[in-house]
Ligand binder design. Structure first.
Ligand code: DPP
Ligand code: ZN
Length: 874
């Protein structure tokens, strides 16, 4: 496999003036005819090299004369001695019906559809498949009338008609020049709902959602979310939609979440289809967020795109941040922010620690599909958020406006973005700050505090630390960053001592001093998670309780509570003098004083605190085993697991009364009510139910079963099922079989049934997973099913996947070997649990590396998988 380097970037030797594509779709083959007008940008160049993959070339002509001056290889087509300006016509044959990679043109449930980002277009026709080659597309699609009544592509429908032999055609024209990765085509027997909305300038835009006919009654929410997205981007950033029509199509077999193709978004059905019976409130939240994300790409991605794929975060980081602002406006800032914090700290930080660590703008890759990562997306979003934090909302808006004005219609770099934002704000983002884009790894910020009673002064000393990473292994690779740290001081009763301020740490160490403090204050640091760093700040348990109860910053409260819980777990594991990597016996009780204080704080949250219910639910949810394990890296997984179970059960018992009291108050909202108030109420009640269920006694089983039986909507039904799923009880069995009967024919809901099975923390869950893999509704060719069953087991069921026998690792490596022959990009993604072997004890490390070694020796092996596995063994 070949490594690509950012440093090797050269602009293309040709521009494409325009392209005309003709698709003849048949059940057993598709013929693609292209006419591409090329112009040299460099007259010394003789040959034209086009990328192409899995294409059967039928003919080539230049300016309408058939030619034989070309060479074909597995990766492309080279035309020899081409003139300065010419039209190239090619005809190729492809097999969408056999395309299980889900890249290029493929068929999913009798629907033809495309996925071209990043390099799928080369699987459709020979082309300059790179984002800096932009052109206008005219597309003709021809197919059987009965099977494919709906024919869609980007832009405007210009003509449609009969083509004889029960076939018809549609012709689409997209007036906006675009890179090939934004091309899309759909053909199928689809139903549609639509709505006309009007931009602020008074232009009508037709919004359409297409789905398989059976599911069109689950598309209303998506249509509403799309309308809200258009409105929000105009109101917030003054960015309006630019075509007359915006289409979204739901697809069952889809590798990613969704794709922002110009005017014709393709979505994983999971992020379009939802009804209160089949989808949870969290699903609705995700749908709105992703519809927003793809819509916002129309400016940040489509109007201004990436020069090359190393710049991926240019569009993704920015769009993640834009969708975060949108979702925060639709819910609460704190709620959305905690969701981001979890993604970054619990997952992106782990990526940084592992073999695939890379900067937000990578400098090399083998397979670009492997770089659609949390680092590029979420850490990229965090960088934009730091800019926003440092310049303020209004200046940020001006910066964005300048960026779009300067670069509309161009393919640009992250530097271009940073320059525009610097020019608008007067804050230099192109120098030291820019290292956020080029340096990998998670910075650590240490904070030391010193109170002097005599002088009534309080000092906070901040320092930054950077460890080597897999890709930048020398300490010399790591330099100081620009780190905005928001802070505030409280007294021990939780009264504010100052407004929130931000220190921008640019040096290795910096001290700030506060005077006239008659008592030692309680510091609230890194408020709203103002930078993607690990914070090391030793605070007393009393201070942490003060913050949980009284701080007005949800992130700091959440983080303080996690530190308290971590300390309780650590007490349970026992104070070890030397860290051990082998399991040890865990004491069975938490010190009473610890428990009393903890229960006091939880009771405060339940009864006195006036935080919005949806945020309170976040505080009440106990961190997962995976989070505890990350917080306590010096302890073996088994010990952490035992201790967490002991702690959860103790809390559930102690909190039983107030939790039950909370649950006994009647609901104010109907279950099918999707208003924010209703969603908040459900989230809060279900958090209480979940906490109670850790007791695992007959009462809590009965309570959960009753909740299941009473449930009308999926939110409550799934919450009850998850509570039951902690017990090997007949009630659990009954609920699971009821669930299957209800949702047998709803793929999205059924995915939850697979996932609930796979997440059960029982020793025999692995056998259940193996047997469900042969269930008639399970398909290896459907990524959602693979993720629901295997993804849940291997990524969310830490205790069982990492069973000391190594059977979980063998299950996963067998799966990956098979998947690599079906869908390499999915295979590579599924490998991530194995690549994290560094986090585990020696015995598990050996077993995980054995599994990885088996995989790296696969013959053949895809580039996708090879890159991930070989880097994790390096
Ligand atoms: N469609 C994916 C996203 O929106 C990749 N661009 O992030
Ligand atoms: Zn995106």
């Amino acid at each position: 496999p070949q490594t690509q380097y950012l440093a090797d970037y050269k602009r293309a030797d040709f521009t494409i003036e325009q392209v005309t594509l003709d698709f003849s779709l048949f059940d057993n083959q598709t013929i693609v005819t292209s006419k591409i007008v090329f112009k040299k940008t460099n007259n010394r160049v003789k040959n034209l090299h086009l990328t192409g993959e899995d294409l059967t070339l039928l003919s080539v002509s230049i300016d309408q004369k058939e030619t034989s001056h070309y060479e074909v290889s597995d990766t492309g087509l080279t035309i020899k001695q081409v003139p300065n300006e010419f039209t190239l016509s090619t005809q190729v044959l492809i097999h969408p019906e056999k395309n299980t990679l889900l890249s290029g043109l493929y068929r999913s449930n009798a629907i033809f559809c495309t996925q071209c980002e990043a390099e799928g277009f080369r699987r459709i026709t020979y082309f300059l498949d790179r984002p800096d080659v932009m052109t206008t597309y005219q597309v003709r699609i021809e197919a059987d009338k009965t099977q494919y009544p709906v024919l869609l592509s980007n832009g405007n429908l210009v003509e449609q008609g009969d083509a004889g032999q029960n076939r018809h055609f549609a012709m689409w024209h997209d007036p906006f020049p675009k890179p090939s990765y934004l091309f899309a085509l759909v053909a199928g027997d689809l139903a549609c709902i639509n709505k006309t909305t009007t931009t602020q300038s008074g232009r009508d835009v037709l919004l359409e959602i297409y789905t398989e006919k059976a599911f069109i009654n689950q598309a209303d929410y998506a249509l509403g979310a799309l309308e809200r997205s258009l409105k929000w981007d105009e109101e917030t950033f003054n960015l309006a939609y630019d075509l007359d029509r915006y289409m979204i199509v739901a697809i069952s077999d889809f590798n990613a979440g969704a794709m922002e193709n110009k005017g014709l978004n393709l979505f994983n059905a999971k992020y379009v289809l939802a009804s209160p019976e089949t989808a949870t409130d969290k699903d609705f939240f995700n749908i709105e967020n992703i519809i927003g994300h793809e819509y916002f790409h129309n400016w940040s991605g489509n109007r201004v795109t990436c020069r090359d794929w190393f710049q991926l975060s240019l569009k993704e980081g920015l769009t993640v941040f834009r969708d975060a602002l949108f979702s925060a406006d639709m819910t609460t800032k704190g709620y959305k922010r905690l969701e981001e914090v979890r993604t970054v700290r619990d997952h992106q930080f782990i990526e940084d620690q592992g073999p695939m660590s890379h900067p937000v703008r990578p400098s090399s890759y083998i397979e670009i599909n492997n770089f659609y990562t949390l680092t590029v997306y979420e850490k990229g979003g965090e960088i934009i958020r730091m800019m926003y934090q440092m310049m303020g909302a209004e200046t940020f808006k001006r910066g964005l406006a300048l960026y779009f004005e300067r670069h509309d219609g161009q393919a640009v770099t992250v530097e271009d973005f940073a320059t525009a934002m610097s020019d608008a704000s007067g804050i230099d983002l192109t120098g030291q700050f820019f290292r956020w884009y080029t340096q990998s790894g998670t910075p650590t910020v240490r904070v030391n505090s010193l109170y002097d009673a005599q002088s009534k002064t309080y000092k906070l000393t901040f320092s930054q630390h950077h460890l080597p990473t897999a890709d930048q292994a020398n300490q010399a690779d790591k330099q100081d960053l620009v780190i905005p740290i928001a802070y505030r001081l409280f007294d021990e009763a939780g009264q504010s001592l100052c407004d929130e301020r931000t220190i921008v740490l640019t040096e290795s160490e910096k001290t700030i001093e506060f005077g006239s403090l008659s008592k030692r204050p309680v510091a609230s640091i890194l408020r709203n998670f103002s930078a993607p760093v690990r914070l090391h700040f030793e605070q007393s348990i009393d201070d942490l309780h003060t913050l949980v109860r009284f701080d007005d910053d949800l992130f700091v409260r959440y983080d303080a509570l996690h530190h308290i819980l971590k300390s309780a777990v650590s007490q349970l594991i026992g104070q070890q003098t030397t860290p051990q990597k082998t399991p040890q016996k865990t004491p069975q009780s938490i010190p009473q004083s610890t428990l009393t204080q903890l229960v006091g704080t939880y009771e405060y949250l339940l009864t006195k605190d006036n935080t919005p219910a949806i945020e309170k639910a976040e505080l009440l949810a106990l961190p997962s085993l995976s989070v505890f394990f990350s917080l306590l890296p010096e302890h073996p997984l088994d010990a952490v697991d035992q201790a967490v179970k002991t702690l959860s059960a103790a809390l559930a018992q102690q909190m039983s009364e107030p939790l039950q009291a909370r649950l006994s108050t009647p609901c104010e909202h109907e279950e099918h009510d999707l208003s924010f108030a209703a969603v908040s109420e459900r989230s809060y009640r279900n958090a209480c139910l979940q906490l109670l269920s850790y007791a695992g006694d007959t009462d809590s089983i009965a309570r959960a079963k009753n909740a299941y039986d009473q449930a009308q909507g999926m939110t409550n039904r799934l919450a009850a099922l998850e509570a039951l799923n902690q017990t090997q009880s007949p009630e659990r069995e009954a609920a699971l079989s009821d669930f299957y009967q209800r949702f047998e024919s709803d793929p999205q809901a059924l995915d939850k049934w697979f996932a609930v099975h796979a997440s059960a923390d029982f020793p025999n869950t692995i056998d259940t997973v193996k047997s469900l893999a042969t269930h008639p509704k399970f398909q290896l060719t459907n990524p959602n099913k693979v993720r629901a069953l295997y993804g849940t087991f291997c990524m969310r069921n830490l205790a069982q996947f990492h069973h000391p026998s190594g059977q979980g690792y063998r299950l996963l490596s067998d799966l990956i070997a098979t998947l690599d022959t079906i869908n390499p990009s999915l295979a590579a993604r599924m490998a991530s649990p194995l690549t994290q072997w560094q986090r585990f004890d020696d015995a598990r490390q050996d077993l995980m590396k054995t599994a990885l070694t088996t995989l790296v020796n696969l013959q053949p092996i895809s580039d996708d998988l090879y890159e991930i596995i070989s880097k994790s063994l390096a």
